[in-house]
Design a protein around this ligand. Structure first.
Ligand code: B1M
Length: 212
């Protein structure tokens, strides 16, 4: 099994140069991209989160670690997109109102795009009305929402409610995800689907649209 310890350490330290060099070295050595993301980058962010919870590091360090991960992802993005090219369906994605976390949402977008979905990314802090307006405009097959804070999760049912009020709910499938989100929560708020990670977001999106 490959050792991503140095990469994870560089991400935790917010050392962009070292992290990018470690990512490139791992790729040159034939590392599996998914394993690199899971065991190197995401593992590092989990540890950053744990240290933040314990008061061992603070928001600026968390930001720096996030920026470092994003720089590493730039190297990986073209490799994720090497797969299929035909459009499997349209996905409108965003991080919900009040929430600025975008790394997980970006990863989900990249994986979906790599699997052949056409992505429209609304970014972060997306108001329910914005989801509605863009749904009217581009008529996506799936509206995908990400939330990383327990305090912003209620923006998900608020968005579903806004889609319903606009008469759009029956025309789209709604998929949700993000660290505090659960399958139970998805059922409670009448979302159509929940995915715990970026890989399963692809599986779930295909399932929603009846694609094998
Ligand atoms: Co924030 N933050 N943060 N943060 N941050 C968390 C989420 C936290 C768990 C840290 C902690 O306390 N342990 C905690 C939330 C607690 C809670 O509510 N349960 C927290 C907090 C409290 C905060 C602030 C309130 C801190 C403060 O200011 N006092 C603040 C809030 C700002 C806001 O949003 N309004 C804040 C700010 C920030 C930064 C801006 C500094 C930065 C974000 C930068 C950025 O995203 N550009 C940040 C970071 C980096 C984190 C941690 C450390 C890492 C998040 C991350 O990128 N993970 C995080 C701790 C943690 O998660 N371990 C933490 C890597 C990423 C790949 O994973 O996003 O989970 P994740 O995505 C996964 C899955 O969840 C899933 O797939 C992804 C890939 O497998 N997924 C989906 C995600 N979206 C999906 C959608 C889908 C399907 C799957 O379908 C649509």
């Amino acid at each position: 099994m490959r050792d991503f310890h140095l990469l994870a350490q560089a991400v935790m330290n917010g050392d962009i140069k070292a992290a990018v060099a470690q990512t490139q070295a791992a790729l040159d050595a034939g590392a599996d991209v998914q394993e690199l993301i899971d065991r190197g980058l995401i593992a590092a962010m989990d540890e950053v989160g744990e240290k933040f919870s314990k008061g061992l590091l603070f928001v600026p360090q968390m930001l720096r670690a996030a920026k470092t991960m994003q720089e590493c992802m730039k190297l990986l993005q073209p490799l994720i997109k090497e797969g299929e090219v035909t459009s499997k369906g349209k996905v409108l994605i965003g991080t919900v109102k009040g929430d600025l976390h975008d790394i997980g949402k970006n990863l989900v977008s990249m994986m979906l795009e790599g699997a052949g979905f056409a992505i429209t990314d609304l970014g972060v802090d997306v108001h329910p009305d914005k989801f509605v307006q863009k749904t009217q405009e581009i008529e996506p097959d799936i509206v995908a929402m990400s939330a990383l804070l327990s305090t912003t999760m209620p923006a998900m049912p608020a968005t579903i409610e806004a889609l319903t009020r606009a008469g759009l709910r029956d025309r789209v499938k709604v998929m949700i995800g993000g660290a505090p989100v659960t399958m139970k929560y998805a059922q409670e708020i009448n979302a159509d689907s929940y995915a715990p990670d970026a890989g399963s977001a692809v599986t779930e999106a295909k399932k929603l649209l009846g694609i094998d």
